[in-house]
Design a protein around this ligand. Sequence first.
Ligand code: NAD
Ligand code: TYD
Length: 335
Amino acid sequence: MRIFVTGGAGFIGSNFVRRMVARPNVEVVTFDALTYAGNLVNLGDLEGLAGRHAFIRGDICDADAVTKAMAGADAVVHFAAESHVDRSIATSAPFVRTNIEGTRVLLEAARECGVQKFVHVSTDEVYGSLGATGYFTEESCLAPNSPYSASKAGSDLLARAYCETYGLPVVITRCSNNYGPYQFPEKLIPLMIIHALEGRALPVYGDGGNVRDWLHVADHCSALEAVLREGAVGEVYNIGGHNERTNLEIVKMILRFMGRDESLITFVKDRPGHDRRYAIDASKMKRELGWTPAYDLERGLAETVAWYVAHRQWWEGILSGAYREYYERQYGVGL
Ligand code: NAD
Ligand code: TYD
């Protein structure tokens, strides 16, 4: 199976590429623009796997480049996106461009290339915000509240329409918040670990009572592999781990694993339009594809803290900007 993976130099994409390249009879082509969030260092251990893994730098909005790179692919797994809510609140245009127009370009190319499966990786955030009770199911209404989630919802609807109109074999996944190795340090968990390591304030938005349903990235990737192999065309699958915690609980867990006291916690201005609670009903994944997560949150978060402690060079390279030079060393031209 030859898989065309967009956004494979980002957090979840790089974890997925590493997982799939280890499978027999699988070849992966990673297609990624290397925006600020893309980091070839994340795939550095796959160098030397010529024939099993190829990297192509390209923009998913560039139809010619996409169609050329996708030729010969059996399946597409589409991760590439602008992914950070706070950035979308500051500037929404790149979100509309990459997440909506980029997805349209990929769907067109997939039609032209005749791919057998198009896995569109989306998010639970398209469903909006929950009150104190209840869960998102695949039937929940789309009610996005941020420019990020609105652009992802737009891409979901395009993916659905290409399946209905052209018979493109699309499957949509909607996962809850991920954590684990290689997550860009603008997101809650790596940001808090790094700030705690450096003795800096830990900025908790609002009252810290917003709830997220955390899933280890390895569990997201195992779910995506199940969807890629067995997911029914035209279906939506919610993916989550039943690990609902408030942000304050997560920050306190991190401090406990690090042996730090809670004095670094600092409450700051709330995010505008801040979704209060996400919680996923993932029973369809279990019932139809036999998928369940392997990690519990205590173990997964403890391992993640240990990973960031052990990989100081990785995140210092991001904070200093040096990670951008890795591409130049590999390919002889700057980003
Ligand atoms: P990320 O920001 O870490 O990585 C995104 C990748 O996409 C980067 O490598 C970047 O270079 C690439 N990219 C961005 N714009 C591009 C373009 N125009 N052309 C080609 N490549 C481009 O994101 P992530 O956290 O790994 O998320 C991956 C996907 O999973 C996204 O679609 C996101 O919506 C979805 N998702 C993320 C989470 C989460 O908790 N992180 C949860 C559910 C779903
Ligand atoms: P984030 O990692 O940005 O993911 P998302 O917004 O997609 O859920 O944020 C997770 C939660 O943590 C969210 O409720 C916002 C909150 N948060 C903070 O309190 N402080 C921070 O510095 C960040 C980045 C997030």
